[in-house]
Design a protein around this ligand. Sequence first.
Ligand code: PMP
Length: 435
Amino acid sequence: STSFAVYYQQRKRERQIANFSARPIELRSDEIVKGVAGLIGNTPLVRINSLSDALGVEILGKAEFLNIGGSVKDRVALQMIDDAEKQGLIHPYTGSRIFEGTVGSTGISIATIARARGYDTTIIMPDDVAEEKVKALEALGATVERVRPASIVDKKQYVNLARQRASKFGQPDRITASDPTSKAAHPHIFHTPSNSVLVASAPVHVGFDTDDWSETASLDFSQPRGYFADQFENRSNFDAHYLGTGPEIWRQTSGRVDAFVAGAGTGGTVAGVGQYLKSKNEDILVAIADPEGSGLYNKVKHGVMFDRKEAEGTKRRHQVDTVVEGIGINRMTNNIELALPILDDAFRITDAEAVAMSRYLVKHDGLFLGSSSACNLVACVKLIKQRGWTEDKDVVTILCDSGTRHYSKFWNDEYLRKAKIPIDLQIVEDLLSSP
Ligand code: PMP
């Protein structure tokens, strides 16, 4: 085994030299991009050298932390804002304000694009998320409201609050369109006889009540508008990945993909990328990485969101109780619904495994990643081991954000010690050497 260790060290050294020796700088794009939207997407796929070498199977991570807003969520925010503009739901002239309930990344992405497009942003988030996300949001000029974590059935839950705030914002007392026949082709936009434009947040039948709006609702361009982005239910979330991330991965690998692995927060990434890849090759495995306390693992494995035994052991049934931020969920949403039919497998990832992986990757690869990326990579290793793959396979995953978003919790050794989460690299060594 000594000679193996020497051999391994030599290989590692050769690899390091190969990686760092002079070679032409490859630009992400040779075009001049127009503003922040040009700094979203088209991210590189990076080979995770330490894990790939140890396993003989290629593990490739989509470097989403390189997006301008620092995470995979930039793609979603851009798509949601583009689509809302196309539908006439927001417009800079109206002084639109975008509302979202988020644990942080999506808020930062929305605030970034909103600033560039002339919108204001209000972000409602639970008060236990990492402080650096709040700082970034405030620096971007977003209004941040932090609320106690609550169950989704609670009116004061952050997503519910965002919806309520948006529907109340700038809503005129009552506007009636007197000429129903002037309704335009799009159900959200129609013209009054005086030719001012009315825009509603939902399909509106003039003169009839709808669930959310007592009258036909909303405004001309002088009236401020609230728009609830709603990443959990919004189809644009799925589209961002079906139209962007998925095709990019297909192109970058020239279709050489055996499995795609990702965690699910809203489910947009795994649904969009997974569905796209399966449309190209239905043999590609799609699996999720699910942190402790999340119900998706059970949903995939046993068909139920929440296992009773597990529920009893969890303090808050609707709360995903983990140091991992951004993935894990205990309820059905539109985007999870789109993911379920294509999920082949699920892997439960413990906090200790995610923490160990993050430290292992810094030590061996110089990769400083956030908690969901670490979970994804643990799941890649588990999938490869479980399938008995030892060569000639390519597994793709998402590196959602960087460690810089996680200094106060996941990357805070003191916090982990108090939370009784070990920092033990042996956990990864054991996973890699397991049969
Ligand atoms: N990682 C991070 C850091 C996130 O913020 C999110 C989104 N909540 C995800 C992963 C999961 O992505 P999705 O919402 O597409 O499931």
